[in-house]
Design a binder for this molecule. Structure first.
Ligand code: FAD
Length: 478
C-alpha cells in the first residue's frame, strides 16, 4: 500500500526528511501538494506575490518528480478532507509531511493527526524547515528565549554540524490518483500582469535555489559583512523566498557556507550564519508566542495612537512609493516591481511607516505579506514588531531611522534610488536623497519639478520624529 508524501514548505527532492522517510518505508509513493483554502481563525492564504512564486515552484517540483518517473498530485480545500479523500482513493497506509510551526498550520496538522489516528493511519511529521526544533530549546529557567544573543549562543553549537541528509534509494511510485490542474488555481496574475518584473529576477524551484546559493558563495559571501548593507549592490544571498518555500533546506545553506568557509576567511561566514539564526529566532518566537503574528508583544503598544485605517492616504502613498523620501520610495517600488526588497531598506521603510507616519505595523505587515515573494509569517511579523519597537528584543522606539541620512550612507552613489526612482535620476548625488534641498537651477537642470514629477516630502522629518517620540513618551507616562 502506498505512502502519501505531503509537500508543503519543503518543495524540493534533496535533503527532504519527509520524502526520505517515505522512500525508506519501502511503500510506493503518492506525492501530493494540497493548496489549503480553509483553516482556523489564524489561517491566511498565501499573498499575491507568494502565489506567483508558488505556481512556478510547483511546476518545477512537478517536473523533477516526473523526471524520476512519478507525478505530483494537486488537490485543494481543507487539509483533513483532502487527505481523507486521497487515502480512500489510493489505499495509502501512512502519511509523511514536514513539520509546520505557524499557528494555522499547526492547528490543521493537529486536526489531521486526530482524524488519521481514528483511522489507524500513522501521520509522521519530520523536521526540515528549520535548523533547530523550536520547542526543544529552553533557557536555564525552562522558558523560551525572548532575547536574540543568548538564543544564538545556545543554538549555534547545536546546529554547527548541520549537514544535508542523502537518500540513495531509487524512487518507487504508486499509480497516481487524479490531480487538479495547476492553472485552475489561478495563482498567476492576468490583467494587469503586475508580476512581469518578477521573472527576470527569480528562478523559483530547487534548481534555481541551488544556483542562487552557488552564486552567493562565489560572489557575495566574502564581502557579506559590508556588502549586505548596500542596496545598490548584489551583496546578499537572495535566498529568502527559496528558504520560505523550502526549495532549499537551511541545512543545505548552512553546510554550503561551512564548506565555502576556507575560501572566505573574513567575517562574512559568521555574519551570514547569524542571519540564518535570526530566521530560527523568529520561528522560535512564533512557535512559543503565536499571537506575535497579530498583536503587540510589548502590550504597552496596545495604547499607542497608531493610525489603523487601511485607506489612510499616507499609507497609500507609502505603498505606491510616493512619500517624497527617495530611499523609502525606491524600496517600495523595488518591492512592487520585483517582489523583494533589500533588508536595509525594509528597515527604513518600516520605521518610516510606523514612526514618521505612525501607521500600525500590522498594515505594513499585511502589505509585505501580499507583495513579498519571500513573505514568511514568522520573519515578517518578527521584523515588523522589531522595527516598530513593540516586539521581543526590539529596537528601542526612540531609534528612528532618518531616511536622508540612511540614503546618503548606504546608497552614497545613488545607484539604488536612480534604478527605482528614475524621475529624479538626473539630480546630482548631493541632492538625490533630499531633492527639496536642491536649488531651483539644479532642479530645472535635472528636469525635476517637485510636486509635479516627484512629490514633496509627505511629512517633515524632524516634526514627524518629535510627534512619534511624544506619543511614545505618553505610553511611559500613563
Ligand atoms: P540574506 O542577507 O542573504 O540572509 C540570508 C537569510 O537569512 C535570508 O534569506 C533569511 O532567511 C534570513 N534572514 C536574513 N535577515 C533576517 C532577519 N532580519 N530576520 C529573519 N531572517 C533573516 N524575511 C523573510 O524571509 N520574509 C519576510 O516576510 C520578511 N519580512 C521582513 C519585514 C521587515 C519589516 C524587515 C525589516 C525584514 C523582513 N525580513 C523578512 C528579513 C530580511 O529582510 C530578509 O530575510 C532578507 O532581506 C532576504 O534577503 P536575502 O535572502 O538576500 O538575505
Amino acid at each position: 500500500r502506498p505512502a502519501l508524501v505531503l509537500f508543503r514548505n519543503d518543495l524540493r527532492l534533496e535533503d527532504n526528511p519527509a520524502l526520505n522517510a517515505a522512500r525508506l518505508s519501502g511503500c510506493p509513493l503518492v506525492c501530493v501538494y494540497i493548496y489549503e483554502t480553509e483553516g482556523d481563525a489564524a489561517f491566511r492564504r498565501p499573498g499575491s506575490a507568494s502565489r506567483w512564486w508558488l505556481h512556478h515552484s510547483l511546476e518545477s517540483l512537478s517536473s523533477s518528480i516526473r523526471s524520476k518517473g512519478g507525478s505530483l498530485i494537486l488537490r485543494s480545500g481543507r487539509l483533513v478532507s483532502a487527505v481523507e479523500s486521497l487515502i480512500a482513493e489510493t489505499g495509502a497506509c501512512e502519511v509523511h509531511a514536514s513539520r509546520r510551526y505557524d499557528p494555522a498550520g499547526l492547528e490543521a496538522d493537529t486536526e489531521l493527526a486526530d482524524a488519521l489516528r481514528d483511522g489507524d493511519i500513522p501521520f509522521y511529521r519530520h523536521e526540515g524547515f528549520l535548523l533547530h526544533e523550536p520547542s526543544s530549546v529552553r533557557t536555564s529557567s525552562n522558558r523560551f528565549y525572548r532575547v536574540f544573543s543568548p538564543f544564538a549562543r545556545k543554538v549555534i553549537p547545536l546546529v554547527q554540524d548541520a549537514r544535508p541528509e542523502t537518500c540513495d534509494l531509487p524512487f518507487h511510485f504508486a499509480s497516481p490518483p487524479e490531480s487538479d490542474k495547476l492553472g485552475d488555481y489561478a495563482f498567476l496574475p492576468s490583467e494587469p500582469d503586475w508580476a512581469s518584473g518578477f521573472s527576470p529576477q527569480w528562478q523559483p524551484g530547487e534548481e534555481g535555489a541551488q544556483t542562487t546559493l552557488q552564486h552567493f558563495l562565489s560572489n557575495g559571501l566574502s564581502d557579506y559583512t559590508v556588502g549586505r548593507d548596500h542596496p545598490g549592490k548584489y551583496g546578499t544571498s537572495r535566498l529568502s523566498a527559496h528558504l520560505a518555500f523550502g526549495e532549499i533546506s537551511p541545512r543545505q545553506v548552512w553546510h554550503g557556507v561551512e564548506t565555502a568557509a576556507p575560501r572566505n576567511p573574513g567575517r562574512g561566514v559568521t555574519t551570514f550564519q547569524r542571519e540564518l539564526i535570526f530566521r530560527e529566532f523568529a520561528w522560535h518566537l512564533l512557535t512559543n508566542l503565536p499571537q506575535m503574528a497579530w498583536s503587540n508583544i510589548d502590550s504597552r503598544f496596545d495604547r499607542f495612537p497608531w493610525q489603523e485605517d487601511a485607506n489612510d492616504p499616507s499609507l497609500i502613498d507609502w505603498q505606491k512609493g510616493l512619500t517624497g523620501y527617495p530611499i523609502v520610495d525606491a524600496g517600495m517600488r523595488e518591492l512592487w516591481q520585483t517582489g523583494w526588497m533589500h533588508n536595509r531598506v525594509r528597515m527604513i521603510v518600516a520605521s518610516f511607516l510606523t514612526k514618521h507616519l505612525m501607521v500600525h505595523w500590522k498594515r505594513g505587515e499585511e502589505w509585505f505579506y501580499d507583495t513579498l515573494v519571500d513573505a514568511d509569517p514568522a520573519n515578517n511579523a518578527f521584523n515588523w514588531q522589531w522595527t516598530a519597537g513593540s516586539g521581543a528584543d526590539a529596537a528601542p522606539f526612540f531609534r528612528i531611522f532618518a531616511p536622508v541620512t540612511q540614503g546618503r550612507r548606504f546608497d552614497a552613489d545613488g545607484r539604488y534610488v536612480r534604478a527605482f526612482v528614475p524621475e529624479i535620476a538626473a539630480l546630482p548625488d548631493k541632492f538625490l536623497h533630499a531633492p527639496w534641498e536642491a536649488p531651483d537651477d539644479v532642479l530645472s537642470a535635472a528636469n525635476v519639478k517637485l510636486g509635479v514629477d516627484y512629490p514633496r516630502p509627505l511629512v517633515d522629518h524632524a516634526a514627524a520624529r518629535q510627534r512619534a517620540l511624544d506619543a511614545f513618551k505618553g505610553l511611559k507616562d500613563d
